[in-house]
Design a protein around this ligand. Structure first.
Ligand code: AMP
Length: 477
């Protein structure tokens, strides 16, 4: 008998939780589930990793199952909106697990894949629909979907939605939802603009706030290295090579790497990093909005299975991705929004584990570090460059000019990538000054991610008082 049964969830749900091996509800589940079972609206301030998916899924599944209704053509009873495809897919997968013993259909729709098949899947209606906003509205405009039967509406990662420029689509959705539905609104942070957006959806909500972000930060060993932008690639390559080696435990400065997530500010930057790593014999894959859905799925799959132990991601692509066993997070560029740093390092140290985060700080990134240290109240441990860095860097091979399809395998011992020795004798990345990620401009891609990246580029950076972060940061003590 698990503690979940005390929350009043139906037996088939308890059985599914037992299969998943959950015994205790997480704090957000403990707080949210009883109120949601009563049909209350909810304002949840929580980031991924807190168990919020189950917090909104379990009571919703319970309510839908207790009140069975025939499916309505092109309709759904529950709608979950997520900012990114990966998160949508992950939510749907989790919900399918929780609904394993219930007779409820769950469909997931997002952009980047043909719309026709998704429209057909909705023809007879579904019980639960997990969607990204753009594709949702496409399907509504095509009359393949109606929201008039929605009983439960969940808006997940509202702050990320806003960053991605989804505000107008969300307002359209708000106007289409039936008045009597239950609404749940989640965001990792709650600045004024998000709170205002929330008011359009939720009515007299129960407020649940968990996962003080600094708690995660406190479980992660955080290091920083001052380094020229042009030398970052060589440092990363050498650091990964040591950390992934069989004798890494003795050799690597920051311990053996199980899986490493490298954050790049831009999509082209991510591709460039992968090219360099592959050239050096380190299997790596990139995940960002310019990749096809199949490439993204393959990259994530390889990373989950451990066949590719280095994933290079943009913030938005990585947001919400739940992969256990990420031991190291590398900040190849420092995010100019301090909260983003917390999200990044939160990819490691999941489920109580500890992790290592290493930030590469170029001279122009120093102010960002000050913001980050103020937000997390953790001082980064400064590390020197490895001994003999310049010599080791000079021996690294240069990458192929064109990125092969992702995910990219180990090309050690020949092949195009490793074979071009044109750059021998100079540190990797020394071309990157002229096309440095900071100034990178992207061409057509997943619209949301582009907007998000552009926004961050031009975001004015004023002095941020700690007060601005109060909602997001609560010390564990
Ligand atoms: P989420 O914040 O929803 O992304 O969940 C983070 C991770 O915690 C996911 O891998 C979940 O499967 C897992 N999880 C959620 N609730 C529980 C629980 N009560 N016990 C154990 N694991 C959980």
């Amino acid at each position: 008998m698990s503690y979940f049964s005390e929350l009043g969830l139906a037996e088939p749900i308890l059985r599914a939780l037992a299969v998943k091996g959950y015994t205790d509800p997480s704090p957000i589940q403990r707080d949210a589930i009883p109120a949601l079972l009563e049909g209350r609206d909810l304002l949840g301030i929580a980031q991924t990793g807190t168990g919020k998916t189950a917090a909104f899924s379990l009571p919703s599944l319970h309510r839908l199952a207790q009140d069975p209704k025939p499916r309505q053509n092109a309709g759904c009873r529950m709608l979950v909106l997520s900012p990114t495809r990966e998160l949508a897919a992950q939510i749907a997968e989790n919900m399918r697990g929780y609904a394993k013993f219930l007779n409820l259909t769950i469909q997931c729709i997002f952009g980047g894949v043909p719309v026709g098949k998704q429209a057909r899947a909705l023809e007879r209606g579904v019980d639960i629909l997990v969607a990204t906003p753009g594709r949702l509205l496409d399907l509504i405009d095509q009359r393949a979907l109606t929201l008039k039967h929605v009983e439960i509406f969940v808006l997940d990662e509202a702050d990320q939605m806003m960053d991605l420029g989804f505000i107008v689509p969300l307002k359209r959705v708000a106007n289409m939802l039936p008045a009597g539905r239950q609404s749940l609104f989640f965001s990792a942070t709650m600045p004024q603009a998000i709170a205002e957006l929330g008011r359009q959806f939720i009515n007299n909500p129960v407020r649940v706030e968990v996962a003080p972000q600094s708690t995660t930060a406190e479980r992660v060993e955080q290091f920083a290295i001052h380094i020229n932008q042009a030398e970052k690639q060589a440092l990363l390559t050498l650091s990964l090579r040591d950390g992934l080696a069989d004798d890494a435990a003795e050799k690597a400065t920051h311990g053996a790497i199980d899986r490493a997530l490298v954050f790049s500010r831009t999509k082209h930057g991510a591709d460039r990093i992968v090219r360099h790593l592959v050239a050096a014999g380190i299997p790596a894959a990139a995940i960002h909005g310019n990749k096809s859905q199949a490439q993204r799925t393959a990259a994530l799959g390889g990373f989950r299975q451990g066949t590719v132990r280095v994933l290079v991601a943009t913030d938005i692509a990585a947001r919400g991705i739940d992969v256990s066993g990420v031991s190291h997070v590398y900040n190849f560029e420092i995010p100019n929004v301090a909260e983003q740093y917390v999200h990044r390092i939160g990819r490691t140290a999941r489920a109580g584990a500890t992790g290592v985060a290493i930030s590469y700080i170029a001279a122009d990134e120093k102010p960002y570090i000050r913001d980050i240290e103020r937000l997390t109240r953790v001082k980064l441990d400064l590390l020197p460059l490895p001994a003999d860095f310049q010599n080791q860097a000079a021996r690294l091979p240069a990458p192929a000019r064109v990125a092969p399809a992702a995910p990219q395998g180990d090309r050690r011992g020949g092949g195009r990538a490793g074979g071009q020795g044109g750059g021998r004798g100079r540190p990797q990345g020394d071309r990157s000054r002229s096309d440095a990620p900071r100034g990178d401009r992207r061409e057509g891609a997943a619209a949301g991610e582009d907007q998000g990246e552009r926004k961050r580029h031009f975001r004015p950076r004023g002095p941020k008082g700690l007060g601005a972060h109060k909602g997001a940061v609560r010390r564990a003590s």
